[in-house]
Design a protein around this ligand. Structure first.
Ligand SMILES: C[S@@+](CC[C@H](N)C(=O)[O-])C[C@H]1O[C@@H](n2cnc3c(N)ncnc32)[C@H](O)[C@@H]1O
Length: 228
């Protein structure tokens, strides 16, 4: 019998990537410490971090190296990372523990669901999405993370005046991102000169960026301000 529930289109494919023994241990022992519960209760970030501080959200952090660098360099800023790739989450958990950081929390779940169910409105000063999967084939465009409904969810969780920073090494995806953002009234593009005024806009190179650069891809950093 045909299901009455249409299958959800996701922006990722869960591949059984190789999880090292260290990553497996980290997932078992450190996720309960640095992870945020996978339930539908809206989170109170002040309770989670035990303080009131500026906040950065990174969606799809991959191996987490850029997030770790940001958190280590900015101890007065609280960082939340969302990622579904278990080896990447395990890797970041190990880095966070080794660095002794208290300003990082991780959610291992589809970001679409996390934004919908777990994150309160106007809760982040900066939202980062570095090198989201470009899904270059036309028939896969529906899988792209950046689309109107997701941008509406991003607008809800970003503080007025907050920064949305997206980086990509796919020119067509950059064009798509600009078009989607142009259609919203909630974000306006920043010029590169304006972006320098946001202290949290700098970023460390990421694994996918380095791969793209090795292939000769040009990297675009796109900045948008959440209107007041
Ligand atoms: C191309 S990789 C980039 C990783 C990293 N930002 C980098 O630049 O190296 C995209 C990442 O986004 C994650 N991702 C894609 N869709 C996601 C979603 N809906 N929720 C959480 N993570 C997602 C994937 O698992 C993958 O690790």
């Amino acid at each position: 019998m045909a299901s009455t529930h249409p299958r959800k289109i996701r922006s990722f494919v869960r591949r059984p990537g190789r999880t090292t023994t260290g990553q497996r241990h980290a997932l078992a022992s450190l996720l309960p410490i640095y992870g945020l519960a996978d339930d539908h209760v809206p989170l109170c970030l002040e309770e989670v971090f035990g303080r009131s501080a500026p906040t950065i959200l990174e969606i799809g952090f991959g191996d987490g190296e850029a997030l770790l660098t940001s958190a280590a360099n900015n101890p007065t800023i609280d960082h939340v990372g969302i990622e579904v790739h278990e080896p990447g989450v395990g890797h970041l958990l190990m880095l966070v523990q080794r660095a002794g950081l208290s300003n990082v929390r991780i959610v291992m779940r589809d970001a679409v669901e996390v934004l919908e169910h777990q994150l309160p409105s106007a809760s982040f000063d900066t939202v980062r999405i570095f090198f989201p999967d470009p899904w270059p084939k036309k028939r896969h465009h529906k899988r792209r993370l950046i689309q109107t409904s997701f941008v509406a969810a991003l607008a809800r969780i970003t503080k007025p005046g907050g920064l949305l920073h997206i980086a990509t090494d796919w020119p067509h995806y950059a064009e798509h991102i600009r078009e989607v953002l142009e259609r919203t009234t909630e974000f306006v593009p920043l010029t590169p000169a304006d972006a320098g005024r946001y202290p949290t806009s700098a970023r460390a190179p990421t694994k996918f960026e380095l791969r793209g650069r090795r292939l000769g891809h040009a990297v675009a950093d796109l900045y948008f301000r959440r209107v007041d």
